[in-house]
Write a protein that binds this ligand. Structure first.
Ligand code: GLU
Length: 478
């Protein structure tokens, strides 16, 4: 039975890279019929915030990732928040101390800093000297008497290689001499990441640890702790980092990097889900638009790529456009669009918003595009730009608008179809066609030079607003 986990630290918004990690865990769990566990790693008391935890949960759900066990849904292996597991960590720290795999270290931060500098200046990798490894009981007592609080260090066996097969990166061998005895419980009694993650993964019966490559250097330390505690070692899969388009590590410099930012920028969760699944994986053929079910069906962590994935915003935008155009039911799409309409100051009821969405969904890529695309459906008193002024000052253009107005001024409705036949009449009467015929009307009705079909526009905004806009243009240019 596969059991995987996503273990975010609630210290900020859900980053795209972490969302990809969560997603790959989710996909692997669903593909194998296993379980996904959400564990909140909040041992960094300074930086962890409850609000961030809530937002993480909200953003994961928004993206369409569900978990089987977690702080909010419960489960048999809880608690699922590290801050609630401190007693458990203490027990295991005690065990490591008793079995001689850990020892108290009283070295002061200054001393350690000194040592670090020295190593660096001599071109050696900085690592703890092991000074407190073999303190006599008297020496220890002496420190205690002075009131010095120790840290607990893990005793790294000398001259060993840690060897493991990463499901993505293959065979890995690491010489433990690269790192010294590392801290597993801090002075303030808080256990460190490398220690608690092992205790949790073991007790939560995690079978596969799928996480970012930035944790690769932690893995040998963690394996040593697994061994010292006689725990079964899970399989590891380290996902390559995500790069920006300039091939440097994806960061805020590249624009939006949190799931929340994409949500706020009008992205569809289904599109982001689809896009993220392709950041370091692809199906057996060259399909790019895949449903959640199709991805789950095909996904295997063994097929995840080894080389870094480049985050391509243009492609994500394009994909989002496909979802907006083709994949989301119009009622649902409109529901999602309402806050955007409102945010842009476009006031109307749901039915009207829906008609506007029907009219513009083919021409937008994100809900932010509503701002420009939907403007003609809401704004009657727009500005005329220089080009518009020039074009409507032309006599023929003005006459077209005038003729159109005359033909509709006594009507009390105007469908798209009726609009089309009226324009045909004008074409015959004035002997103008194509752009010369339609563009003046477009300018008069919208102030713009391109956009939604005019038949659709008049149909949605209705005859009264059409009249009002025409009158305004005729007055302005008359
Ligand atoms: N809390 C760690 C992080 O957010 C989790 C690392 C892990 O998956 O082991 O990076």
């Amino acid at each position: 039975m596969v059991r995987v986990r996503f273990a975010p630290s609630p210290t900020g918004y859900l980053h795209i890279g972490n969302a990809r990690t969560a997603l790959f865990n989710y996909l692997f769990a669903r593909h194998t019929g296993g379980k996904l566990i959400l564990r909140i790693e909040d041992t960094d008391r300074e930086r962890s915030k409850k609000e961030y935890e809530e937002m993480l949960i909200e953003d994961l759900r928004w993206l369409g990732i569900e978990w089987d066990e977690g702080p909010d849904v419960g489960g048999d292996y809880g608690p699922y928040r590290q801050s609630e597991r401190l007693d458990i960590y203490n027990q295991y720290a005690e065990r490591l101390l008793e079995s001689g795999h850990a020892y108290y270290c009283y070295c002061s931060p200054e001393e350690l800093e000194e040592e670090r500098k020295k190593a660096l200046s001599e071109g050696r990798p900085p690592r703890y000297s092991g000074k407190c490894r073999n303190l006599t009981p008297e020496e220890r007592e002496d420190y205690e008497k002075k009131g010095i609080k120790p840290v607990l260090r893990f005793k790294v066996p000398d001259g060993r290689f840690v060897i493991f097969d990463d499901l993505i990166r293959g065979h890995i061998e690491i010489n433990v001499d690269e790192f010294g005895d590392f801290v597993i419980v801090r002075q303030d009694g808080m256990p460190t990441y490398n220690f608690v993650v092992v205790v949790d993964d073991a007790l939560m019966k995690i079978t596969h640890v799928i996480r970012g490559e930035d944790h690769l250097s932690n893995t040998p330390k963690q394996i040593l702790i697994y061994e010292a505690l006689n725990f079964d070692i899970p399989q590891f899969a380290h996902l390559p980092i995500i790069l920006g388009e300039d091939r440097s590590k994806l960061s805020k410099r590249h624009g939006a990097v949190s799931v929340r930012a994409f949500k706020d920028e009008g992205y569809m969760p289904e599109a982001l889900f689809n896009y993220l699944s392709l950041l370091g994986w692809h199906p057996s053929d060259d399909r790019e638009i895949l449903s959640k079910e199709e991805i789950i069906e095909e996904f295997d962590i063994k097929d995840a790529h080894k080389s870094p994935a480049v985050f391509d915003r243009t492609k994500l935008r394009w994909m989002n456009g496909v979802y907006i155009r083709e994949k989301i039911d119009i009622n649902e799409l409109t529901r999602r669009a309402v806050p955007f309409f409102e945010g842009f100051g476009y006031k109307a009821d749901f039915e009207y918003y829906k008609r506007v969405m029907e009219a513009i969904r083919d021409s937008i890529e994100t809900l932010m595009d509503i701002k420009d695309r939907a403007r003609p459906f809401f704004i009657d008193e727009f500005e005329f730009d220089e080009r518009a002024k020039e074009e409507l000052s032309d006599e023929t253009a003005y006459t077209v608008v005038q003729r159109f107005y005359e033909k509709i001024k006594d009507r009390d409705s105007l469908t798209g179809q009726e609009f089309k036949s009226i324009m045909k009449e004008i074409q015959k009467e004035l002997k103008v066609r194509g752009r010369q015929l339609f563009h003046p009307v477009r300018i008069a009705l919208t102030g713009e030079h391109s956009g939604v079909g005019l038949d659709i526009l008049v149909d949605v905004i209705g005859i009264e607003r059409v009249k009002k806009r025409l009158q305004r243009a005729l007055e302005y240019f008359g």
